[in-house]
Design a protein around this ligand. Structure first.
Ligand SMILES: Cc1cc2nc3c(=O)[nH]c(=O)nc-3n(C[C@H](O)[C@H](O)[C@H](O)COP(=O)(O)OP(=O)(O)OC[C@H]3O[C@@H](n4cnc5c(N)ncnc54)[C@H](O)[C@@H]3O)c2cc1C
Length: 208
């Protein structure tokens, strides 16, 4: 995994450097690095600079949601960002959330050699897709010896030595599984909470 991570770091650094130079060298383009916040509908501050424009395009992306599940504050969990910093292979990765991001990390980790369990609260994987797609994806994952636990309505976590007990206590399957690592993949939220959008006259709803 050290070599895998080194290769990933090298590819992403190369891509980032190229992209940044392209933007910096483009006529009429200036790149400021820092956290931008609105001062008014037409003003933004970043790293001590006040920028003014008639139109401001907001493109701040999102981050992983940390769901309020019992025991989550007692364990070290991974998100789709921090899992990319691992340079050792999880012995048993438990993925909470059976949608696109959870499934891609589940399959990737299994193919690297981890034992993998996917825990999903809904009765099927990737609910945004049709039921036959969910069933086909489940079949593919199970053929690779990934354990899929659906209808897991009662997930909670507990540290157990250097490992983590993930309690499911649901109707099907063993009530308790032991993980070396837990990946939370239960959705993403927009990074709009620290942009001072109120100063720009924009109200946020509860989903940001
Ligand atoms: C694990 C994973 C796998 C994915 N796989 C796919 C895929 O296969 N295909 C696909 O199409 N999409 C995929 N996506 C989705 C895709 O990454 C996003 O749709 C895309 O990155 C959104 O682009 P964006 O520029 O809007 O936001 P981002 O790529 O998130 O970029 C936003 C940028 O804004 C910066 N920023 C945030 N707040 C501020 C601020 N206040 N001031 C200054 N800068 C700020 C952030 O640091 C970031 O650099 C995946 C996402 C994840 C997490």
């Amino acid at each position: 995994m050290k070599a895998v991570k080194a290769r990933k770091d090298e590819i992403s650094a190369r891509s980032r450097t190229r992209f940044e130079s392209w933007l910096k060298d483009m006529p009429g383009s200036t790149v400021y690095k820092g956290h931008a916040r609105f001062e008014s509908a037409r003003e933004v501050t970043v790293s001590g600079h006040l920028l003014t424009a008639d139109q401001i395009f907001i493109n701040e992306g999102g981050r992983a949601i940390v769901a309020t599940m019992p025991g989550i504050d007692q364990i070290n969990f991974l998100t789709h960002t921090s899992i990319l910093q691992l340079d050792t292979l999880p012995h048993h990765l438990v993925v909470i959330g059976g949608s696109y991001i959870g499934l891609e990390f589940a399959q990737m980790s299994r193919r690297f050699g981890s034992e993998v369990t996917i825990v999903e609260t809904a009765p099927r994987l990737i609910q945004h897709e049709d039921a036959d797609i969910s069933a086909a994806v489940r079949e593919i994952l199970e053929a690779e010896k990934i354990i899929v636990r659906l209808d897991a309505q009662c997930v909670h976590f507990e540290p157990r030595g250097i490992e983590i007990a993930v309690r499911l206590s649901c109707t099907l399957g063993p009530p308790d599984i032991q993980a070396s690592h837990v990946l939370l993949a239960v959705g993403r939220r927009p990074n709009t909470d620290d942009l001072n959008l109120m100063k720009a006259g924009v109200e946020l709803d509860k989903r940001g």
